[in-house]
Design a protein around this ligand. Structure first.
Ligand SMILES: [Fe+2]
Ligand SMILES: [Fe+2]
Length: 345
């Protein structure tokens, strides 16, 4: 009897959930003409579009807004929504659309408006160019040699494919270089959650590295446009490399960080060759992209050569961080017990 009552309660609860879901579908469908009214458009939103909204509310609303509204109308819509969702009078009201959160207005030191949304002024820095570019971790153990020769073997096909097109080569390599920091940071993040423990700053340090590498890519994108087959190559390489690095990090973070350490040594070499080509005049030393000037706080008249110099310095910092992380594991210690070099540029 007890079992039967319990089962009835569970069934009611489940039906309650299902029922309310059906109810919300019905409510949305009946609100269909209203949806058009809220968006300020005479256009009658088809049923299919409403269902899509329900699944992907933000995307649906943005698409609808973009398609049906002018800029002025969008502003009006936003004002209306702010009013209806606001807490004046303490009344809770439902809205059919939600236009997100406005980012804070930021200005540069000279008072002009900050135009980059992908990074903010406090994330910019002056690269430390005094770093030793020739430091090399001598591979001694089996794992070190495995890491070293894995990276060396990847260099051959890269040399054959790109030859002396260093601008394109840099851009393509950055699509790979930005992966390990994100994978390592993500895995450490999950580990921190699972074990209820601090990370020693390593999550932040690795995610910073991933973001820094992505900024290298955003910069080189401005001076070299990828062709269709290069984009296809990025797709393939990312699919393979992401999964391979993910597995490698799960099995041996010691090996994974060592591989990245050697990858960074190769990147330094690659950028040194890039500089030689620029100095010989084989690659045009064009003005530095605006994004690079703001990100590395470069003088306004900087050139591509100046950009390559600061990017190379970044790679040297990544080399140090990853060899350090591998060494920590080699000593049988955990990353969390050794403070990560956050903000090491
Ligand atoms: Fe890079
Ligand atoms: Fe790097």
């Amino acid at each position: 009897m007890m079992m039967s009552r319990g089962a009835t309660r569970v069934a009611r609860s489940v039906m309650g959930q299902v029922g309310s879901r059906y109810f919300s579908v019905a409510a949305l469908r009946s609100a269909e003409p209203m949806a058009g009214a809220v968006l300020g458009s005479p256009y009658r939103v088809p049923e299919r579009a409403v269902v899509t909204w329900m699944r992907f509310p933000v995307v649906g609303v943005r698409n609808a807004s973009t398609l049906t509204l002018g800029e002025k109308e969008q502003t009006e819509e936003k004002e209306n929504l702010t009013g209806s969702a606001g807490g004046a009078g303490g009344e809770e009201k439902e809205v059919m659309s939600y236009w997100g959160v406005e980012p804070a207005k930021v200005t540069k030191e000279d008072g002009t408006q900050w135009t980059w949304n992908c990074f903010r002024p406090w994330e910019t820095y002056k690269a430390d160019l005094s770093i030793d570019l020739n430091k090399h971790h001598a591979p001694v153990t089996f794992l070190d040699k495995l890491a070293y020769w894995t990276v060396k073997s990847m260099r051959f096909p890269t040399d054959v494919f790109f030859q002396r097109r260093y601008g394109c080569r840099a851009m393509m390599l950055e699509t790979v270089a930005a992966v390990p920091g994100m994978v390592g940071g993500m895995l450490l993040h999950c580990k921190s959650l699972r074990r209820f423990e601090h990370s020693g700053g390593w999550i932040k340090a690795l995610l910073e590295e991933a973001e820094n590498e992505r900024m290298h890519l955003m910069t080189f994108m401005e001076v070299s446009k990828p062709r269709w087959y290069e984009r296809a190559l990025v797709f393939t390489v990312q699919g393979v490399f992401f999964n391979a690095y993910f597995l490698a990090y799960l099995m041996s973070p010691k090996l994974a960080h060592r591989i990245v350490g050697y990858l960074e040594e190769e990147a330094i070499h690659s950028y040194t060759e890039f500089l030689k080509e620029l100095d010989k005049g084989n690659i045009e030393n064009v003005p530095a992209p605006a994004i690079a000037i703001d990100y590395w706080r470069l003088p306004a008249d900087s050139t591509l050569r100046d950009v390559v110099v600061v990017v190379r310095a970044d790679e040297a910092h990544h080399r140090d961080v990853n060899h350090f992380a591998s060494d920590i594991h080699y000593q049988g210690r955990e990353l969390k017990d050794n403070a990560a070099p956050i903000g090491y540029h």
